[in-house]
Write a protein that binds this ligand. Structure first.
Ligand SMILES: Cc1cc2nc3c(=O)[nH]c(=O)nc-3n(C[C@H](O)[C@H](O)[C@H](O)COP(=O)(O)OP(=O)(O)OC[C@H]3O[C@@H](n4cnc5c(N)ncnc54)[C@H](O)[C@@H]3O)c2cc1C
Length: 452
């Protein structure tokens, strides 16, 4: 027996939760299915807990900057308030009852369990089968990827999910993977007194970002006593007597704990994709501008491969809602996707990197300015490292990308997201007024450096 409804949402990450809620509020019969916690990775194990860790870590760093600026300080770190905030405020001790109630109050029928497609517009969860008149929305997200390194699988390694539940920090930590997640967690723990080593296989940490950003963060980490080993291969990882050993070509590292932050694996394998003619082994689902994968099938979030960010999941969710409610666009436009790595200095980027723009065959001009020597940077002094880098499509006279690294880099970025999204002519950016002495005023210098 199958129950007929309007829409079934499989996976209730930020986007799925939003789709289910909005469609139910619009009067549709909606079933929302999640096998774990409503809200997904972001509130329980990812964005929010890690940003709470970094808030504490940054407070410690600012305290340590007092002697250069404002007197004396003696800073003693304690993880207790961080763990308490994450458990009490962020995750309600990893209990999603509030989110479930919110969903049900909106009119969604919630089912806890693993959903699986069983042919077009049909989803099986446990012993229930749902048929969706309008269709099925997938938002199953990703799980931590664990690289096939000899020995690793048999060790008690951590992922971001273990890090979020920590009640005390270890003495030493090896972080395998220097992407945004690895970099953020490495700096957070290091500032809480943990001896941290980041091991990265690629030639540099924060690989997809501008090389200047990787260097800036690498140098900042070095000054804080955080070791970064890039361009290295791990041959084996072992665990014995309470210690991890990581064998590299020319040395063996040891630490109390080991965190794997080596990318994400899409939750697509057990979703019954084969029953609708799709490949369960795919890394992402191909979607059109309305996020349709097939007739009556939509996907949002990390599994679309358009950027694993909560804001992407929410952006796509709004489009799916419009499409299902037969409303007009705008449909998906990925030219101005912002992303922020919340290290200190913070790295915010939008659109294309210089390399991506060159690879796309654009005729570009690049403008770079130093934040430390801007008026505000000079006033700020301790912790003022950073830069603004602009990538202009010289033929059209508009920015196609930007990177801001520095204090509040992700906030400074906002003006440049508007510029890339709105295709604001560079000449206009050169003629506007920038408040003095703000960090964002350095955008004017970066525009001048384009030669505009
Ligand atoms: C450590 C870390 C820090 C991050 N920080 C940020 C940040 O600062 N800013 C930012 O924008 N992004 C950040 N991200 C990324 C962000 O967490 C994700 O992009 C975001 O959660 C959106 O993911 P999603 O919507 O694809 O689904 P997810 O959040 O992954 O949720 C998917 C849901 O689907 C459920 N599910 C999976 N399979 C099934 C099934 N078969 N049946 C039923 N339910 C299923 C899961 O239980 C889960 O609840 C971070 C990620 C990590 C790991």
């Amino acid at each position: 027996m199958s129950t007929e409804v309007d829409v079934v949402v499989v996976g209730l990450g930020p986007g799925g939760e939003s789709v289910a809620t909005e469609l139910a509020e619009a009067g549709l019969e909606v079933v929302g299915i999640d096998k774990h916690l409503v809200g997904g990775e972001c509130p329980y194990y990812a964005c929010i807990p890690t940003k709470m860790m970094l808030r504490g870590a940054d407070a410690l760093a600012e305290g340590r900057r007092i002697p250069a600026l404002a007197g004396t300080s003696a800073v003693t770190s304690d993880w207790t308030p961080v763990a308490a905030r994450i458990a009490d405020e962020a995750t309600d001790h990893w209990n999603d009852q509030v989110a479930v109630d919110r969903l049900q109050d909106a009119g969604v029928t919630f089912v806890r369990g693993a959903g699986r497609l069983d042919g077009a517009r049909t989803v099986v969860v446990g012993d229930q089968t749902f048929t969706a008149r309008r269709g099925v929305v997938l938002n199953t997200g990703t799980a931590p990827a664990v690289p096939p390194i000899d020995g690793l699988a048999g060790t008690p390694y951590w992922t971001n999910r273990d890090a979020a539940r920590l009640t005390e920090v270890p003495g030493s930590l090896i972080v395998v993977g220097g992407g945004p997640v690895g970099a953020e967690l490495a700096q957070a723990f290091s500032r809480f007194g943990v001896q941290v080593t980041v091991v990265e296989a690629a030639p540099r940490i924060l690989g997809p970002e501008e090389p200047e950003a990787s260097k800036l963060i690498g140098d900042a980490f070095g000054r804080e006593g955080l070791q970064v080993l890039a361009d290295v291969t791990i041959s084996e990882i072992t665990y014995a007597d309470g210690h991890f050993s990581v064998a590299l070509d020319d040395q063996t590292l040891t630490a109390d704990k080991l965190l794997v932050s080596a990318g994400r694996r899409p939750n697509l394998a057990d979703l019954g994709l084969d029953t609708v003619g799709l490949d369960p082994e795919s890394k992402s689902l191909e979607t059109d501008e309305r996020l349709r994968v097939a007739d009556g099938l939509w996907a949002v979030g990390d599994i679309t491969g358009k950027g694993a960010y909560t804001h992407m999941s929410m952006y796509q969710a709004a489009i799916v809602v419009r499409d299902i409610l037969d409303q007009d666009g705008p449909w998906a436009d990925y030219r101005a996707v912002p992303r922020v790595t919340f290290t200190d200095p913070e790295v915010g980027s939008v659109g294309m990197s210089e390399k991506q723009a060159r690879d796309a065959g654009l005729s570009i001009r690049v403008g770079v300015t130093d934040l430390a020597t801007s008026a505000r940077g000079w006033i700020h002094q301790e912790g003022n490292d950073g830069f603004i880098k602009l990538i202009e499509d010289a033929d059209r006279g508009v920015l196609v990308g930007a990177c801001v690294a520095g204090p509040a880099g992700g906030e400074i970025l906002s003006a440049l997201v508007v510029a890339v999204h709105g295709e604001v002519p560079t000449a206009k950016l050169a003629s506007m007024i920038y408040a003095y002495p703000t960090f964002h005023r350095a955008i004017e210098e970066a525009v001048k450096a384009l030669g505009a």
